[in-house]
Design a protein around this ligand. Sequence first.
Ligand SMILES: [Ca+2]
Ligand SMILES: [Ca+2]
Length: 972
Amino acid sequence: MTDAFTLRAVERWGYINILDVYSQMGVTDFPLYHILFGIFLLAYCVLLIRRNRYTIFFTISMLISIFIAKGPHSPLGQVFVWAWLNIPHFAIFRAANRWVMMAIFSHAFFVSLLTYYLTEYIKKKKYVQTEEFLFNIRLKIGRISKNRRLAFSIDSFNVFLKKIHKILYFLSVILLVFIFLSGFLSCFFFFSQGLQTYTPPEQYLAPYEWLLLQNGDYKIVSVGRSSYEWTVSPDECSDFASSAMQTTLGWGHDIGFDSVFIHDKPVLQNGGWDFKPRQFVDHLRFRLAREHLTDNLFKILGPFAYKYIVIPPYTTDKTREFFLNQEGYQIIYNDTAIILQNEYAMPRIFATADSMLVVGGLESFDALCKIEGFNLNKTALFFIPAFSESDPFENESFDKFRILSFVNSDVLDLAMLSFVGEKNFILAGNYGVPSINSTAYWVKMPSWRIVGAYVLGGDTLTTFGNNRIDLPFELSTDGLHDIWLRIGFAPSRGKLKIYVDGEPIQEICTDTPLWSKLVWINITRLDLAKGSHCITLENDGTGYNDIDAIAVVKPSELESKMNKITQALQNFQGRILYLFEAENAFLDSSSKDWTWTVKPYNGYMVRSESLGLNVAPSASANASSLSWVDGVPFEAKYVNDDDLHTRWASEKSVTPQWLELTWEEPQQLLGVRLLFESAYAKEYSIQIWNGTDWITQIEVTENNALERTHIFAEPVKTNKLRVYVTAFSIYNRVSLWELQAYSPGATSSSVKITIPQRGNYILAARVAKGPGYGTLYFNVSGNLYSVPCNSPVNQFEWCEIGPFFLERGEHFVSVGGVGLVELDEFLVYSLKEEESYLTLNELFNFVDPKVSVSYEQMNSCLFKAYVSANETFTLIFSDTYNPLWKAFVDGEEISSNLTYSLVNSFYINKTGKFTVTVYFTGQYYADVGLTVSIISFVSVFALTTVFLMFSRRKWFAKPCFLGRLIFWKKAN
Ligand SMILES: [Ca+2]
Ligand SMILES: [Ca+2]
């Protein structure tokens, strides 16, 4: 409050690194702000002597201004907070302290009034005037005498008064001096240090001066450094697209931010205010680059004309290392700064003949770029919803896509998409408070789009605290409805209680070891009446919950949407591809054999180090004997119940003893693991049944270990296995907690794939290979496929499995491993009828489009592309998408499509040699507006002149400027 009143409200930015802006901006060790407080308070005392509309206006203006400027601080801070949350558009006051501007005007007004009164007072010099202050007394002596007036003065009083005036006189002089000086004193820093003109050091500028000499139309990535890296720790929270840089003088918004001003070359910025490019850049900076997840950053930036990457001297080692470890660049400038030339960079306008429709999030970029044969520059990506107004499958251009890919998503996501905009569909993010305090409120959170997941609402509705929120929805019919929630599975989740119309429905917890997926889950089926309803979400405050969307739909309606979509997919002429990140697909609490790991430049993946799938629990167990303790039998069945607290024990002192597992179907066995109780076996053998005899696989003598693992020399197929014990330990019997028998098989949770087209499919997986790696197994709808991962060199490799035949409908894929295995991601893609096989690289390897494009930039709104094409194509124009960008071919207007989730493209259905004009039609309206303005101005001027000439000639007789101008000729 006092800070706002004394105009000390500061932004903690700017010079913060070289001085404490709160206490050192003004002259230090001096009660400057007390004096200012006194001066301003005195200034407002003018109200006591002068109250008119001006003083009242400025007083009110000052009060409002201070209320806003002090923001949520006391007094009345709660009122501000309430207004922030409840008054629409109150958020314009977000940089609250800037609104102190109004108080500055008011202060200035009152201080000038005060100055006026003070100078007037000084001018009068009251104390030198020797007038005496006279007391009047009325006297009446006697009844008849007249009233008499007697004047007298008290000398001491006059002296006192004189002294008061003298003191006031000097005080006024001092006050005036302070008023005069206060400006200097409160900006003392600038007067002592000189005016702070921001000049970046020469070594910061040198690479840009070099770029000045490079010809052509290109864009730049100017690698930056986050404020956190500048001020707190250079190794954390790296950020290559942060806006500011630091010099010895402080901060500068620079090069790197919103800057098309470096020699007219656009620079990758932090995304600006436009949501689509922003979410793309956010994903690159806060996920891929910060966590060093990819070496394909330049491949991803390729289609957007980012040709040069400037790594200035002030970037941190960690960030520099990340950029230098990327694929596909040449160092073309190497001084204190480094400039890399991106080998993937395309011109700002180029053509592709191939396009892919993606049902998925921005993680698709990196996931696809890991495929060597895939090149973003040759395949234009369109993300669902690509055609916002209509159903994508009814759009005629749907069939032009060569590939439809589901990236960590399912046909259900498509079906749900068709409910967006209806009253029974809630985009939950819209109900979030725009705050960063996720403990106090349900807020709007960008985390999932930064991770790269497909977020319907852009941001999710998120809270960490114990909070409730009501979300209204409306139903147009009575009947049974399914309630679907699109929710995030990630670490540190709280319990979420869901109520419908106040009734508790379900409690869920979506805790997983990794930020794995944002998926639709069916909460319940309810009989709901037509009309308004309310769904309430309550987080218990033990962790986060992120909600993307809620749908309340009739089961039959969803089914018909699903049918419609599968019908459309069945008729789809292109190829269907499913891409899954293994860490999204196979990690949940049930898959205990699997953990996640993150490998620099390769990303997150799942890892397993096991002997295989334990098939013992599916066998029946028999033993030579059993023993009883306290009336409890230690039966053979306890040896394969997958419980480490139950066991089998043999009778005492009799050898041999045996324990046998029998399977109904023969099993492929790789080995066994024995978990003995302290009554272990000293000598034993592992035998398998070959149909006629027991064949010994393993023979053990002199054992004293409680846990033994035996891998067979070769896998054996059998339906019986036994442990044959010939010598005991000192306990004189044998007892086993568990006997595990390992077989190749899936040990992970499974992921669902909805196959709309029956036919042959191939699965391709990106696995880690190297010495010491084992074998990975894929279980696709009950069939097991192996991927050997042992190799002399450590590297990631794509391995193909198949082709295998899949019927229409739902299929499940899971994985297992024998030995160390690591799986990054996998794809399942369809083969066409005539194809018998297709490698992953062939999938994307097709002939280059027979289209050549050159272009000319006429001005920033107008480009001309000169095309020679033998086939129809997509013209990519890699400036930020805006529907006002249009292409014109032979006078025909072509609308822009949102491509790669952020730029423009135009589908050109024409061949031959011709010119495409790309024009920002917004400029047309601006031009029309400007023309109208000029015409209006000229006509008003002309009409006024004419009017004056003819109607008020007398007026021109006066020696005015206009009169002289117009009659100058006449006078001649
Ligand atoms: Ca057991
Ligand atoms: Ca992965």
